[in-house]
Design a protein around this ligand. Structure first.
Ligand SMILES: [Zn+2]
Length: 173
């Protein structure tokens, strides 16, 4: 297990520019992926990006499932190396988001984003894949992709009057 502390909002490391991965089967890439997966599960998140654990590479992972914050339908563990969102639906929807980097996921707020997306990336074996996503998977991919570009969801909150603690979120939304 490689469990990393999650870097918190305000730390300039979250804004640092990330770099394309060039060596897919290197020890380094494998170590970053393992750190991401172990940290995602340990901190009970559904997505985590390399920038959040102080790594520079353009990698994030998602695993939509039931957590203490939300009761979601299971999606398998997915690794995205050098991701590119190549299509966004015109239709946008508002969903409450939280983040391991924002008060350790103790804060949730509404964010408006495209409902569906198509993402292209390489998996942990270096194989390129294209994925069309909707629902929470689409949402978490867009959120983690933003992290790789130094963007935090708090910059996109649609109504700051609707911010709530994770406990209120669990009981109300
Ligand atoms: Zn986040």
């Amino acid at each position: 297990m490689i469990i990393k502390e999650i870097i918190q909002i305000g730390n300039p490391l979250l804004k640092r520019k990330t770099e394309l991965v060039t060596k897919f089967d290197s020890m380094e890439t494998r170590r970053v992926i393992k750190s991401l997966v172990d940290s995602l599960r340990y901190h009970d998140l559904i997505g985590i990006a390399a920038s959040q654990i102080g790594e520079k590479s353009r990698i994030f992972v998602t695993e939509v499932r039931k957590t203490k914050y939300r009761n979601l339908k299971n999606d398998k563990l997915r690794v995205y190396i050098n991701p590119d969102i190549i299509w966004l639906s015109k239709k946008q929807i508002i969903i409450y988001e939280g983040c391991g980097s924002v008060a350790y996921a103790k804060l949730f707020a509404p964010v408006k984003r495209p409902e569906k997306i198509i993402v292209e990336a390489c998996d942990e074996n270096g194989n390129k894949f294209t994925l069309k996503a909707d629902g929470m998977l689409s949402r978490v991919i867009q959120h983690e992709y933003d992290h790789l570009n130094g963007i935090e969801f708090t910059e996109k909150i649609t109504d700051i009057k609707k911010i709530m603690s994770s406990e209120e979120y669990q009981s109300r939304v």
